[in-house]
Write a protein that binds this ligand. Sequence first.
Ligand code: GRF
Length: 209
Amino acid sequence: MSQSAARLVVLVSGSGTNLQALLDAVAEPAFGARVVAVGADRDGIEGLARAERAGVPWFVHRVSDFATRDAWDEALAASITEHKPDLVVSAGFMKILGPRVLTAFPVVNTHPSLLPAFPGAHAVRDALAYGVRVTGCTVHFVDGGVDTGPVIAQRAVAVEDGDDEHSLHERIKTVERGLLVEVVGRLLREGGTVRGRHVYFGSQRKDPQ
Ligand code: GRF
């Protein structure tokens, strides 16, 4: 891996299959990045075991261990800062990030719906309950809201008769992992420009008409 590889910090709360997709992608030097740390909001999750197996340093900050949400935000920002990331990836991280993290680093999040439909923690359940026939996944920049930041890329997944939350989520996650790896790779290689709600890869894009 070259010295100039971009530095990623990945935040997780669960099984970490999106993290694993990034770990697998960065194993290829041409991807141009490495995962320098994994952060979590809880112990004992498979996402941290994946970091351990990959030899990637990890840290945990549980909201319940802090007197205030602000103190948690400060501790999380301090741990992320130690690893000097070029980009922070929220990959199944189930907490709203605070201003200290968000003002210090660009953060992208992956979400299992076609935003702005079905934001929040139960996107797949909510899509099924609504009865949509197509849902999908979104990779977006994180702002202070709940899944409200500018959309970078989206991919659709059909809802099939007989789907339950698990079967639909697993199909979405298969697509989601590919999209996340593609988007992170392009942002690192080409850069990204945010104009209002619009995101363009690269920095040469003309203003929209
Ligand atoms: C993903 O679908 C993510 O969008 C959602 O939770 C899932 C995390 O999966 N917030 P994993 O932990 O990466 O396997």
